[in-house]
Design a protein around this ligand. Structure first.
Ligand SMILES: Nc1ncnc2c1ncn2[C@@H]1O[C@H](COP(=O)(O)OP(=O)(O)O)[C@@H](O)[C@H]1O
Ligand SMILES: [Mg+2]
Length: 184
């Protein structure tokens, strides 16, 4: 008898960083943008879901703004607080895709995002960034990366943790870890 076999644990990929000011948060968001871009070169039809969690004022919209701009969007990225969702068309030499930035804080019902017709945004090439995913109470498609922001010890410090929750998400985070480990 071999006894109970414990299932092989797949290694979790996560990355935590203390950003002492907004510029450091911007730099982390830009590194994430570069890694997503790299992944999209190989599979341009792919779709990513990124959750942004954390209390009010921790920097979810700020992170999303730097990420969308890091992907090449040159206009203003405003908070989708009142519209629930803002779309951004992104282009590169080879491809074009859409980033949909959600803020579900004001939803009155967990399924309001579906009633508003947003479900199709989860199928198009590109990605969805979702602030306050917990307001949808588990009705959203699965996430590739979950980002958690928390206030730090100093006024402008934020602890930012990125966790991969899919194979696709893992590849994105692993590329960031490699570039961090590389010598200057
Ligand atoms: N290290 C930091 N990272 C992100 N935002 C920061 C940082 N330090 C200060 N801030 C400020 O905190 C605020 C975060 O607001 P916002 O992004 O709207 O938060 P949320 O979307 O989580 O409610 C912005 O005014 C931003 O300039
Ligand atoms: Mg916000």
């Amino acid at each position: 008898m071999t006894g109970n076999q414990t299932p092989q644990a797949t290694p979790k990929v996560s990355l935590k960083q203390y950003c002492r000011q907004e510029a450091e948060t911007a730099s982390l968001a830009q590194r994430l943008a570069s890694s997503i871009r790299e992944g999209m070169k190989n599979s341009p039809q792919s779709h990513f879901n990124i959750a942004l969690e954390g209390d009010l004022g921790t920097g979810k919209t700020t992170f999303a703004r730097h990420l969308i701009q890091g992907l090449g969007y040159e206009g203003k990225v405003k908070s989708p607080t009142y519209t629930l969702c803002e779309p951004y068309e992104l282009h590169s030499n080879q491809d074009s895709f859409t980033a949909h930035h959600f803020d579900l804080y004001r939803m009155r019902d967990p399924l309001e995002w579906q009633e508003a017709g947003f479900a199709e945004y989860f199928d198009v090439p590109g990605f969805c960034l979702i602030e306050w995913p917990e307001k949808a109470e588990g009705t959203l498609p699965t996430f590739d990366i979950q980002i958690t922001l928390a206030a730090g010890a100093e006024e402008n410090e934020r602890a930012i943790e990125l966790n991969a929750s899919s194979e696709q998400g893992k590849k994105v985070l692993e590329r960031i870890q490699k570039t961090q480990a590389a010598p200057n």
